[in-house]
Design a binder for this molecule. Structure first.
Ligand code: ZN
Length: 234
């Protein structure tokens, strides 16, 4: 059942950092909680993009294909998106900078959707993994893709720093091009023209996986330090 104005996390991100890549929710479970968001797939098999109630898998060649409700995920975050504010930003604005300038409070969670044309867009996707390889190791083998000029949609979240063990703090956006054929996890880029839609999310629903791996894992990593290396451009 969709909960009004709440983000849904299928698991805390620190489980992913430990290398717990077993799918604990299906795409159907995720889509029941929200129509916009992001995540990954079982065995860390690519990046997930959720837009308009549909889900795509971006493989490690940067190719996107739509998946059905049976695909499994160890980590996804979605929200039932309804734009509350829509802002245009000056051409050439760096994407993360633009969002940081629009977020009214550093202590609130926001869902984000940007439709537009982008310049110098850098995205990445991760290769399928064996379990228990820490994400920080996998990220060294990520594939990155550059789009000098492209049109499409960025979707995701802005998360307060104090939720850094649960989701990626700051901006976390995934890209899907207008043809719905290419995409990935955003590393950096600029908005050539476009609109940033935001929605604040004063509630967070999170599942804790009922798997032996999760229940017995040591979750002692420094999530903040590792996520900086993994999720941002270097
Ligand atoms: Zn991501």
């Amino acid at each position: 059942m969709t909960t009004h104005r709440a983000a849904y996390l299928s698991a805390p991100v620190n489980a992913l950092l430990e290398g717990l890549y077993e799918g604990t929710a299906t795409v159907a479970d995720i889509l029941a909680e929200g129509d916009l968001g992001l995540g990954t797939f079982e065995d860390l098999d690519g990046e997930m993009v959720v837009l308009d109630g549909r889900a795509w898998q971006v493989d490690n060649t940067g190719t996107a294909r739509e998946v059905d409700g049976t695909a499994r995920t160890p980590f996804a975050c979605v929200a039932p998106f309804r734009a509350e504010t829509v802002d245009e930003v000056p051409p050439g604005t760096e994407i993360e900078e633009a969002i940081n300038g629009l977020v009214p409070s550093l202590n609130m969670l926001y869902a984000i959707r940007i439709e537009g044309c982008f310049e110098g867009l850098r995205v990445r996707s991760v290769p399928r993994q064996e379990a228990y390889t820490p994400l920080v190791e996998v990220a060294k083998r990520q594939a990155t893709f550059e789009f000098p000029q492209t049109e499409g949609t960025l979707c995701g979240f802005w998360t307060p720093a104090f939720l850094g063990n649960l989701a990626v703090p700051g901006c976390h956006l995934h890209f899907l091009d207008v043809a719905r054929q290419r995409g990935g996890h955003l590393l950096s880029g600029r908005i050539a023209s476009g609109r940033i839609a935001l929605m604040h999310l004063p509630r967070l629903n999170m599942a804790l996986p009922m798997t032996l791996d999760f229940l017995t894992a040591g979750l002692g990593r420094d999530a903040e330090a590792e996520l900086k290396v993994i999720e941002k451009d270097r």
